[in-house]
Design a protein around this ligand. Structure first.
Ligand code: DP6
Length: 331
């Protein structure tokens, strides 16, 4: 009744932006990401007969009622799937700088899905795990797998064909992803709320839907051919397009801050200087920069010179779910 699993965060190159079913976390479009080696969550789950409610510890502290309710809602899905009723102790450690605005929901829910199903003795394959992780947070669907991953949106209403697949293993193509941390204020619109508002109100959203599947096709072709420039171009364009949909929402919003724009401009300048580097941005002000490993130091040095840049974390493609010995986490 006890297991420990580790899951890594991922950065989407072709973004998931919008749900067609909010309860089942079914996306409007397919998406594609790279799982990152540097940021991860380790979670131990133990189901116990004696507990009257779930207990959720994050980084050594009990979470607040709201966070606990979210976890219980997710565990209810797992309990329902497994046909059990026991509550659980969940002990998670995040090696994700969440305070700096890096999302941990992808690695967080992927790790809980893996640890809790293993604790209950279910032997799930990647496809089933990915569908369960999806019910916690859309981006968690992709964190089950390592390397380059596609989440196919699926067509069915029950979500049984909406799961992720690995396209290329983490060791098969070594890109660098620089996570550029900016001096930032708190995030005002969550990705969940932001995508909902965009789907419901932005006249630009139909343009997003019209073109995103083609972006997926182009990104997959680039990955298959190890064509870095093709992948960088389509990723940067896709990120800009996603952020453009928000400007058309009612009320309009943007995650960009002045530092975000400054880094975007600097990357474009570096390209003019002959360095192949491209950016992508999620639902926050920080920027992720894609480059080839042999350009990493030059790109890093150029960005560290900027007053807006607080820190840079260098990431590479990382692994999917791994299970650790139970002794790694005291419950
Ligand atoms: C911009 O997975 O955080 O990072 O499914 O509501 O939990 P929920 O949203 P979440 O959204 C991620 C949005 C994104 C793009 C992406 O990761 O594909």
């Amino acid at each position: 009744m006890k297991a420990v699993a580790q899951a890594h965060t991922n950065i989407a190159l072709i973004k998931y932006w919008g749900k067609r079913d909010e309860a089942l976390f079914l996306p409007m479009n397919s998406s594609l990401s790279i799982t990152l080696d540097r940021f991860y969550t380790t979670t131990g789950v133990q189901f116990c007969k004696d507990l009257s409610k779930d207990i959720f510890m994050l980084n050594g502290e009990l979470v607040n009622e709201q966070e606990l309710a979210k976890m219980t809602r997710f565990l209810d899905i797992i309990r329902n799937y497994a046909g059990v009723q026991e509550h659980a102790i969940i002990n998670s450690t995040n090696k994700v700088p969440t305070a700096a605005g890096f999302a941990s929901s992808a690695s967080g829910y992927a790790a809980v899905a893996a640890a809790s199903t293993k604790a209950l003795g279910l032997e799930l394959g990647g496809k089933e795990l990915s569908m369960l992780a999806r019910r916690g947070s859309g981006s968690a669907t992709r964190s089950i797998f390592g390397g380059y991953v596609e989440w196919q949106k699926g067509e069915r209403e029950d979500g049984s064909d909406s799961y992720a697949k690995q396209i290329l293993g983490e060791k098969e193509w070594g890109l660098t992803i620089l996570s550029v941390l900016l001096e930032s204020k708190c995030k005002k619109v969550s990705s969940r709320e932001g995508m909902k508002r965009t789907v419901e109100t932005s006249p630009f959203y139909s343009g997003w839907l019209d073109t995103v599947e083609h972006d997926i096709y182009s990104a997959k072709e680039a990955i298959r051919n190890h064509d870095f420039d093709q992948l960088g171009k389509v990723s940067e364009a896709n990120a800009l397009k996603m952020h453009a949909t928000m400007l058309g929402a009612t009320p309009p919003f943007t995650y960009w801050q002045s530092g975000t724009l400054a880094v975007m401009e600097r990357i474009q300048e570096l390209r003019e200087e002959g360095i192949s580097a491209y950016f992508t941005i999620d639902a926050g002000p920080n920027v992720k920069v894609l480059c080839m490993p042999n350009d990493e130091e030059r790109v890093r040095a150029a960005l560290l010179h900027m007053s807006e840049v607080e820190d840079i974390y260098s990431c590479h493609p990382g692994p999917g779910i791994t299970y650790l010995p139970e002794s790694t986490m005291r419950m």
